[in-house]
Design a protein around this ligand. Structure first.
Ligand code: PLP
Length: 390
């Protein structure tokens, strides 16, 4: 099985770009490029032939952008368990509550999916040195895949990122530069360094392929639900690559004829200390204004301004979804409840999905018979101190 990638297309203006050379964002409007595939060819091939039996996300290789199998840099990412959360569900009066447990990925988070694809593809197109701004999990994942591919890796990380993230990057051989400030400040420094040294910048949605890795969460959910989909997906949203990627996957799956017309309602949850998407959603904005003074223990949610803001907001509206902000206390309390009731030591971001579920149940926005998926995006092990005080 090989990739059916055809070209890239700007998510805002629709301008197309050749896929087999290095591309970053749209030259005209500086917005993300989306990978497009020959879906009718894959449709004629049929699902049985197109999806392999490998227990990783590479089973969907026909719908991924890496051309040469030799170029795939893998550590066993994806195909994570969809756990039926029976005890947690019983406590909330729900019989169809599930946790998609992304903490089982290499380096302990779903960032592995995006960076496995982005590094593989960058390597395939001749990149030798990469850089990323990250407050945590993306940096660790990039460092791991860069090490495996033999690329030199540079990380720009806020000084106040939890220590395990920095230690992990250093252990994996990346050069770490600590930046006084937020992820957006790291982004600026990474961009300047990339320009100065000719490094390839792997910032999320500023190159087309991390999104492709993350969309495999959508393919997996469909497959794990017997080529169906749940009613509601609650997703802790930072840059939004995961929620945008899953929505892209559902569109592709529909065109492939592998699923019917029904789509889940997509829910963004953010911390009340940094909730630009929630604010923009309820103000009916098409874009989100930057959040001032972003502050939350959920490092993956501390994204004051996302390049893909309009794509997140579009996903929430097209899916008839919503957006919820929860306090840090609520998300940490929920993190511990997932741990105690389901045996999953979730990250604080994962905890936020349970806190949001409770808000939506109380509002009557979700009804008890619905099939609900909470995304635990990473392991709780990398946040020393968080939750220990409660
Ligand atoms: C990066 C990250 C998020 C946010 O993911 P996006 O897809 O960028 O919105 C959520 N949780 C964890 C643990 C993360 O590392």
């Amino acid at each position: 099985m090989t990739s059916y990638l055809t070209h890239l297309e700007c998510a805002l203006c629709g301008k197309t770009y050749e896929a087999d050379r290095l591309q970053r964002m749209c030259a005209d409007c500086a917005r993300p490029l989306l990978a497009r595939y020959d879906l009718s060819a894959v449709r004629s091939l049929g699902r049985g032939a197109a999806v392999t039996s490998e227990p990783t996300m590479w089973r969907y290789r026909a719908l991924l952008p890496v051309r040469d199998r030799e170029a795939e840099v893998g550590l066993g990412e994806g195909f994570t368990p969809l756990l039926h959360a029976r005890r947690l569900g019983a406590e909330l009066g729900l019989s169809h509550l599930y946790i998609k447990d992304e903490s089982l990925n290499p380096t302990g988070s779903f960032k592995a999916r995006g960076l496995a694809v982005a590094i593989s593809r960058a390597c395939e197109l001749g990149v030798r040195e990469v850089v990323i701004p990250s407050a945590g999990n993306a940096a660790g994942a990039m460092a791991a895949y860069a090490a495996r591919a033999g690329l030199r890796a540079h990380v720009y990380m806020p000084t106040d990122a939890p220590a395990p993230f920095r230690l992990e990057c250093e252990a994996l051989g990346a050069e770490v530069t600590l930046v006084e400030g937020l992820i957006t400040d790291c982004g600026r420094e990474a961009r300047q360094a990339a320009e100065a040294h000719g490094w390839f910048d792997l910032s999320t949605l500023k190159e087309p392929y991390r999104l492709e890795g993350k969309k495999t969460m959508g393919y997996e959910l469909a497959e794990q639900f017997g080529w169906g989909l749940p009613d509601v997906i609650i997703y802790p949203t930072g840059g939004g690559t995961g929620i945008i990627g899953m929505w892209k996957a559902f569109g592709e799956l529909g065109e492939l004829g592998w699923i019917g017309d029904r789509r889940p309602r997509m829910v963004t949850v953010q911390s009340a200390g940094c909730a630009p998407i929630v604010r923009a959603f309820h103000a009916r904005g098409a874009f989100a204004a930057p959040w001032e003074g972003a502050e939350t223990v959920a490092a993956g949610l501390r994204v004051p301004s996302a390049v893909g803001d309009f794509l997140i907001l579009r996903t929430l509206r097209e899916s008839d979804g919503t957006a919820v902000a929860v306090s840090d206390e609520a998300l940490v309390e929920a993190q511990l409840r997932i741990a105690r009731l389901e045996g999953v030591f979730a990250c604080p971001e994962g905890g936020a999905t349970l806190a949001a579920l409770e808000v939506l149940l109380a509002q009557g926005w979700i009804s008890p018979e619905e099939r609900i998926v909470l995304f635990n995006t990473g392991t709780g092990l990398k946040y020393p101190g968080v939750g220990r005080e409660t």
